[in-house]
Each structure stands twice: as C-alpha cells, then as structure tokens.
Design a protein around this ligand. Structure first.
Ligand SMILES: C[S@@+](CC[C@H](N)C(=O)[O-])C[C@H]1O[C@@H](n2cnc3c(N)ncnc32)[C@H](O)[C@@H]1O
Length: 299
C-alpha cells in the first residue's frame, strides 16, 4: 500500500496534526488521531509480528536478485503507473518551513533525491513564489525522470532533472560539491539497501554547503505498512520487498540519528510522527509511524 501522509498542526517545534485522543471511547468518532503514544503492549505485539515474519523470509537467491538492480523494479513501476500513483506532497511547507523561499534574502539551490515523477518537486517549485530557488531533481529510474520532464509543470529555467543512482558517485549533471542549501529526501532513503546508506549520506553531505540542511521524511519502525507484510517479503531485518519488487526499509529514529551522525551530519530535529488511522465502518485501528528529520552539514 502506498499513500501520502500529510502533517498538520503542531508537535513540539515540528508541525504535525493536533487532533488528540483523550478518551478511548471516542476512537471511532474520527478517521485519524495525531501524536498517539504507543504503550508497552503495542510495542510488544509489533515486535512479535516482526519476529513471525522472520520465519517466512524470501529465499537467499530471491533476496540477492532483488538487491542487485533495484532501479529496474522502480523503472517498471513508473512504466506501469506513470504519474498516477503518488499524490502531491502538499504538506511540505508545514513540515519544512525551510522551503519557504520568501524567508530567504538570497537565491537558493536545492536537490531532491529520488524525485520519482515530481510529487515533491512540483509542490516545491509552487512554493517558490519569488522564483529564488533553483532545484535539481534526480531519480535512478529513467522512466520517472522522463515522465517528470514531460510534465507541463516542468520549467527548465527553474529546475533540472536527471538520472542518478544516489548510492553511486554524482554524474556531471549533479550540482557541484558544497553548493546546495538543501537536500530533500522524501520516502527515498527507505528504498536504499541499508549497507549502501553510509556512502549515500557521505555523497549527499558533500554536495551541501557548510550549514546546509538535509530534510527527510520516511517510514518509521513498526509502521502499519511494515506489520502488514506477510510471507516472502522480508529480505533482512526491517528490509522488505513489495509485490512489485521495490524495496522498503523501516527506520528506527535512534538508528537514523546514528547513521546521519556517522556520516558527519549534525541534528536539528528528529521526530517520530505517530498517527492512529481508523476505519470507522469496519471498526479497525491502524498505526502509522513516520520519521521527520532535519540534519545540517556543520559549518
Ligand atoms: C517512494 S518513491 C518517492 C518519490 C518522491 N520522492 C515523492 O515524493 O513522490 C521513492 C523514489 O526513490 C527512487 N529511488 C530509490 N532508490 C534510489 C537511488 N538509489 N537513487 C535514486 N533514486 C532512488 C525511486 O525510483 C522512487 O522514485
């Protein structure tokens, strides 16, 4: 299942939803509840479900072949769905006020990695009312980049889009080292095999100016999407393949923090966004867990 989580309201200094469940009897009164703390029992049940998945992992051979050429699966995904699958990430400004270029006195340069067909790229360009931003957008799926560039919203005077596997050295189309104000990662680091993450983060950090920020939104550990996986999906701890062969990893926030620090980033924010989604007709409760983080390349 893929969908577009949207953050609304305030949660500490990070904007998320503000509909809080104070009385359990009201749970089916609304479709969603924000900032839902987990109790020990929920945590235990989630761990048990993940333990059970370990008894039905993918075969070693299948796991190896899925990890070999991950771009092929995403390319087939976009050949099949083009721009009809993901919704535009219209919550971006609420979670990342850094994207409000009106607050900046100078021009800005940003890179969106794993841009797909532009569901983050185009909202970012829409936010840039004064046209102060130049945006680089890249994806390792040639089909995704082709669809993005074919959109009537694509404006080559404000944005460039190119094919790049961010686990590999930057191609000539990439921005030069130390030139970016922002790197934006929306549901992309979870698509990378964990053993390639360190190298990827080093590369992204090298493109940021000192003081530049990496903005990240991704799946959190024990999100409903993780717990729902049945047999023949688990490749390695917290790393799964979907039915179409695309990869997804579910980060723990402390682990993400460690990985970012190891790559030389400094924390600005790292928040777990927990939301209870309710199917009122079926009386079913589903827990969503997302991570939102901002890390800086030190000055
Ligand atoms: C869940 S989609 C998110 C797309 C987009 N960020 C958005 O907001 O809709 C993940 C994207 O990451 C891309 N991706 C995964 N691994 C990548 C890699 N190593 N290098 C570049 N792009 C990658 C996929 O092709 C896919 O478009």
């Amino acid at each position: 299942m893929r969908e577009d989580p949207s953050g609304r309201g305030r949660h500490g200094d990070i904007p998320f939803g503000n509909r809080h469940l104070t009385d359990d009897r009201d749970v089916f009164e609304h479709n969603a509840w924000d900032n839902m703390p987990w109790d020990e029992e929920m945590e235990r049940e989630a761990k048990e479900m993940v333990e059970r998945q370990k008894t039905a992992k993918v075969s070693e051979e299948k796991g190896r072949s899925l990890l070999e050429e991950p771009a092929n699966y995403w390319d087939a995904f976009y050949a099949n769905h083009t721009n009809k699958f993901f919704m535009d990430r219209n919550w971006l400004l609420k979670e990342f006020p850094e994207l409000d270029t009106q607050q900046s006195e100078t021009s800005m340069r940003a890179l969106e990695v794993g841009c797909g067909v532009g569901n983050t790229t185009f909202p970012i360009l829409d936010l840039d009312k004064d046209k102060k931003l130049f945006l680089y957008s890249c994806d390792f799926s040639p089909k995704a980049v082709e669809v993005l560039k074919g959109s009537e919203k694509f404006d080559p005077s404000r944005c460039t889009a190119f094919v790049w596997d961010i686990t590999q050295s930057p191609p000539p189309d990439a921005p030069p080292p130390s030139t970016l104000d922002l790197v934006i990662c929306v549901y992309v680091l979870s698509a990378i095999e964990p053993k390639k993450l360190h190298q990827t983060l080093l590369i992204l950090r090298s493109l940021l100016k000192p003081g530049g920020s990496l903005l990240l939104k991704d799946y959190g550990r024990y999100d409903m999407a993780q717990l729902r996986f049945k047999g023949d999906r688990l490749i390695d701890d917290n790393l799964y393949c979907r039915g179409d062969g695309t990869l997804v990893y579910f980060f723990d926030s402390d682990e993400l923090d460690e990985r970012l620090r190891e790559a030389g980033f400094e924390k600005e924010a790292n928040v777990v966004d927990r939301r209870l989604i309710v199917n009122r007709a079926k009386k079913v409760k589903m827990q969503r867990v997302w991570l939102q983080a901002k890390y800086r390349r030190p000055l």
